[in-house]
Design a protein around this ligand. Structure first.
Ligand code: PEP
Ligand code: MN
Length: 366
């Protein structure tokens, strides 16, 4: 796809006074009480980089009969946050009524969630209501890795006259085991940036990681990929949060995360930089593939182990092992991989396979 130049999008500093990157948006996953909102906001207001306070009040939940947000009363709390702190406020909107209410309550920034972006009817409805309204709108990537749906939402909003647009990368739904709640698939936001270079793009490490321990590394990576900012969930008492408790962090911890981030300057030519990022995204993709392949290989090893047991055959089959290693080394050397590395790699893989078949603690997948 060629770059999309036709979108009329303003840079962040055109609508946010005294902006210096990264743009940090923080706040609880869900508004829960006035006390929670004010206490969290007070902590966040002390962090220089935090400019926008976020809170979900209408929560899109996968299953019914769970907490679905406090609804409109959360808008009063957001107003109080704004009055008490220097922070702007942001809320997730998914339909006409949400937008009308948010605008009436002077919310400063709207965002559209991952479950809404996937639906063109919803996006069109939102765009229609926003016609003639001058407000920044942040668009999360859709749950599915569908770059066109993400771009389509940005296009519809831009067509309705929204120029203060920001894309938020929050990772993608996956079936496979992963350390991430939503796999980042960094190549997708990178491709978005390539197609629409003037579109501000920020990362949401909270929803990618799903757990607080991963936030720093993901945020760090986003900065290395030259993203323009971060949306990070923060709560004054994270363990008691009613939604996404595992991924929320204390304002004080957010301060530490932000202070450790190295905001790098552009090194070398921009072209060199973006090409380098593409190489790395490709390496990450390949490594993810390697991990998936290894996991599938170990699944088969487990099956073989059971099979050998059933037929009372020894686990170690020396003939097979010597043939396997010489075959793999030969093939690898032909492709330019060092012999020494191949022997070490396959010896380690073989050892793990033996362990899986002989050690009952490894035999059953967790
Ligand atoms: C959220 O930001 O709390 C949220 C629901 O995010 P997403 O739409 O990315 O799942
Ligand atoms: Mn959340």
């Amino acid at each position: 796809m060629d770059t999309i130049k036709s979108l009329n999008i303003l840079p962040i500093d055109a609508w946010l006074s005294m902006f210096s990157p990264p743009l940090v948006i923080a706040g609880p996953c869900s508004a829960e009480s006035e006390r929670q909102m004010i206490n969290t906001a007070r902590g966040l207001a002390e962090i220089e980089q935090v400019r926008i306070f976020r809170a979900g009040i209408w929560k899109p939940r996968t299953r019914p009969d769970v907490f679905e947000g406090v609804g409109s009363k959360g808008l009063d709390w957001l107003r109080k946050v704004k009055m008490e702190t220097r922070l702007l406020t942001a809320v997730e909107v998914a339909k006409k009524e949400h937008i009308e209410e948010a605008l009436r309550s002077d919310v400063d920034v709207l965002w559209i969630g991952a479950r809404t972006v996937i639906n063109p009817f919803s996006i069109q409805e939102i765009s229609d209501v926003l016609k003639g309204v001058d407000i920044p709108v942040m668009v999360k990537n859709p749950v599915a890795p569908d770059l066109n749906a993400w771009i389509g939402a940005l296009e519809r909003l831009n067509e309705a006259g929204i120029k203060k647009l920001v894309a938020i990368h929050r990772g993608f739904y996956h079936f496979e085991n992963s350390i991430y709640r939503n796999i980042p698939m960094w190549e997708i936001p990178i491709e978005l940036k390539r197609l629409i270079p003037h579109l501000p793009l920020i990362c949401d490490p909270s929803h990618i990681g799903g757990k607080r321990e991963l936030i720093f590394d993901i945020a760090h990576k986003a900065m290395d990929l030259k993203m323009d900012g971060l949306m990070i969930e923060s709560h004054f008492d994270p363990d008691k949060a009613r939604t996404d408790a595992l991924q929320q962090i204390l304002p004080a911890d957010l301060k530490v995360v932000l202070s450790k981030l190295v905001i790098k300057q552009q090194k070398g030519e921009p072209e060199f930089e973006s090409r380098l990022e593409e190489f790395r995204a490709e390496i990450d993709r390949l490594d993810d593939e390697l991990i998936r392949i290894l996991s599938k290989r170990m699944d088969i090893v487990r099956e073989i182990g059971k099979f050998k047991e059933q037929y009372k055959v020894t686990v170690l089959q020396l003939d097979r092992w010597s043939k396997l290693v010489s075959d793999r080394v030969k093939k690898g050397v032909r492709l330019g991989i060092s012999r020494d590395f191949l022997i070490k790699l396959f010896t380690r893989i073989h050892q793990e396979s033996i362990d899986i078949q002989t050690d009952s603690s490894k035999n059953n997948k967790l």
